[in-house]
Design a protein around this ligand. Sequence first.
Ligand code: GAR
Length: 216
Amino acid sequence: MDNKARIAVLVSGGGTNLQAIIDAQNSGVIKSGEVCLVISNKADAYALQRAKNAGIEARIITRKKGAVSELGIPVTECTRETFEDEIIKAIDEKNIDIIVLAGFMCILSEKFTSHYEERILNVHPSLIPSFCGEGFYGLKVHEAALEKGVKVTGATVHFVNEIPDGGRIIAQKAVCVEDGDTPEILQKRVMEQAEWIILPESIERISYERVHNKTV
Ligand code: GAR
């Protein structure tokens, strides 16, 4: 292994978590790892623009027929059956050590997760085991938290295994729910006060462990 862990970030949408990772790399919060590849399953994800702005190689791997990239990013069209194989191929071609799911809205099969055991990290916008698992993603998580009336929520970074949001927890941070919160307001607070902090910190910790081959 080189002196930095090679990281791939998988995205589907706006990519604010990807941006937090890029910023953490630039500010030195992430120093034991380097993002070498961004993969999106959506051709129009704004996260791809963020990758391009940062000079990071990006790929689109999508089941959508006829997808094109306005940014000139290479598109691989695939089927439901070949989707994960194409991602594995792209990741392995680049000798990736750590995979980060940063707003990647696809559930990965056991075949995929066992191929990279304890090498895939995910950020989830609640305190697992609350509001998690299949069907809980993005704004839906915050809608459910407000509906339940919880006073504290937060974010979790965890390893990914075959159970949706079920892998070993790496970090969590609590965030207060406030009177008058809408799902959008709560989502923003959880991102600012938790996700954008604990995701880069966790990436640094896991990268350091891989580079030094030990647990800290
Ligand atoms: C983030 O809040 C992330 O935690 C969530 O989607 C949002 C993506 O935003 N992920 C999940 O719900 C996964 N279960 P981003 O594209 O701006 O990083």
